[in-house]
Design a protein around this ligand. Sequence first.
Ligand code: ADP
Ligand code: ZN
Ligand code: ZN
Length: 760
Amino acid sequence: MVSVFAPVFRLSRPGISSMIQLSARVHRVPQSRLATFAIALPLYRVFDYAVDGADELKPGARYRVPFANGARIGILLEPVESSSLDPSRIKAVLEKLDDGPVIDAHMLELSRWLAEYYLQPLGEVVFQCLPGYLRGARAHQPTRVKRYFLVDPDTERIDALEKRSPRQFELCRALLQNPAGLTAAGLKQVNPNWHGVVRALMERQLVRWDWLQADTPELPRRTDRPTPSTEQAGILNELESRMEGFAVHLLDGITGSGKTEIYLRLIEQKLALGRQVIYLVPEIGLTNQLVERVERRFGACFVTSHSGLTELQRYRAWDRFRRGEVSILLGTRSSLFSQADRLGLIIIDEEHDHSYRQEDGVRYHARDVAIKRAQMLDIPILLGSATPSLESINNCARDTYYRYCLDQRPTRFPPPAMQLVDTGDSKLTFGISARIFAAIDIHLERHGQVLLYLNRRGFAPVVMCHECAWQALCPQCDARLTLHQSVQSLQCHHCGYCSGVPRCCPQCGHDEVRHYGIGTEQLEHGLAARYPQFPVLRIDRDAAGSREALRSRFEQLQSGDPCILIGTQMIAKGHDYPAITLSVILDADQALFSASYRASERLAQTLFQVSGRAGRGDREGESLVQTRFPSHPLLQALMRDDYRGIAERLLQERRDLGFPPFARVVMFRADALELDLALQKLEQIKTLLQAAERFTGISCIGPMPALMTRRIGRYRAQLCLLSADYQALRAVLHDAMPQIQELPSGSRVNWTIDVDAHDL
Ligand code: ADP
Ligand code: ZN
Ligand code: ZN
């Protein structure tokens, strides 16, 4: 949200941290020393343990500590003089797991800020800063790699090999030229099948291996990169003069305007100064295309981290970056918590993207936490987007961010203007109107690639009996089941519930059950039958099962041959496929009547992002939006105006309504097996909040059932606080949170708090 600035500068020390240190410390324990520990529990408190007097107390180190009847992992937060607990009740730690801290002082400070600002339990926050691999008791992995050497650089024995075994000779020659030894990667360059050859050489006792510290890769010397356009050069100039010290920079550039090119240039400069860079992208942004681009530029000097990797792989990326072995970390949301001694820049691409918000477990917004981190480290942070969030645009208007606009594509054509296709009463064929088919025909004929955006996976979203109106509903959620025909099942997209497809109506026995509506799977079937001569590629969560499958589809796009691409929001962002000439948005209408106050912003972002995938190469693009409501004001505005103009209008609407970013939202949520229990809990919370001394100027909406009330068998309710006076809101929370946390919890109701929640 607007957030970080206001709170950052004003959050005074006696903030929520005083709640975390439960109460005054009184008893002294002289023999061994005391320290507070964070434990990964949803509790708003830390724990005191005694540590053997001889040990140095290092904040950020992991210990095994006794807890209830078992043991837990605790992270030492700080040594303390005394504890509020009776000395006889203070237990000693069981075992020290790390010699040094696994979490550095800066990351501990950031955790404390996050816990305080987002009102999340410190223990959970601290643990989530660690890679999953280290959240238990596992030790660091050795950082060594095997290196192979000549046992004896005796050239005679080597020369003797030349005739008999030329491949062994060749490897020995390479080792002779590299007295420091070669790693597997080095040997592979000499001979891709080096394993057998080295084994033979070891048997002859010509070669041996040893563990050595891993290399720090070197930057490639020569790279081919485009010369910046005049527009890019101007922005680079300005940015370069502001690359020291903290500031937030917003690169607001239309799709395909060369933002990534600017990121890469800035990274180059930071690396030349010996600094490290964190480069965050939305989950799906991390396809081969970007990774290859970064690799071409920076060789092996970077690591990636995303949810497609194993825990161990993510740990290794984290560890190599932390030890400074690599200078760039290219990753998704949680990569933000990677530690580095020489961090010099944070980049957040597609800063408006929803995936930067973590919606379960610890709730935070990665963009906002990143801004705080940059501020703490006094380094610049660069946000980039073709469709910046209203929060960021508002921060530019308030002069808290620098803004740089890129209005041209360095390639030949500007992004296509969107055109509305009114479906009116016309007959649709698997959801597509004749006008759209005509456009698809033309673009394929001209060897263009066609992109169809439909944000609904599966075959059909509604399955019902037209005799008795029975509908296939999820037994655990207030949601319909979607038909997935390829796997012959009905699936709930909220909880993963899955069942077979009934042959006759389970309610009245009628022998036909019908499906309605169109999902991406059906679109794929229909288009494949209609265009048998062209490949039809579907990219959604079902089709993208494996990263490999996804990769092969993207490779096909890269080839530039004509094809049809169908996708959900996974294709809306970040891709640069120059052969796409037509982009079609099939289901804008859903969002036009959404209850969320953010729906218009999101729809505008999606439409500009999707239409901006077309016409990036040397052929002009076309963009069509199919709708039944062509006179809807938002769609009309999209035809006339660019994103910036629309964002200004949406911002004005928010101002008039008193919604974020002109107000702050804090949401309490509760869930239980009965709706009443959830509502009661929120009623108690509301009473405590309203009893707070400074409760003025705050609207309390609820408690009321959540939009989708039942999910995975639990009933959900919400209580929303909305206020234009952030200080008042903060003060009330500060007063009431300790008591809210003390409410008898019981296992029957879960509750959470979401600061800067995105929905009302
Ligand atoms: P964005 O990140 O804004 O979507 P990119 O940096 O991916 O834009 O650039 C879009 C396309 O234009 C890419 O294919 C890129 O290689 C190319 N490009 C970027 N800058 C230049 C330039 N200065 N000269 C030529 N091509 C460029
Ligand atoms: Zn029926
Ligand atoms: Zn469900």
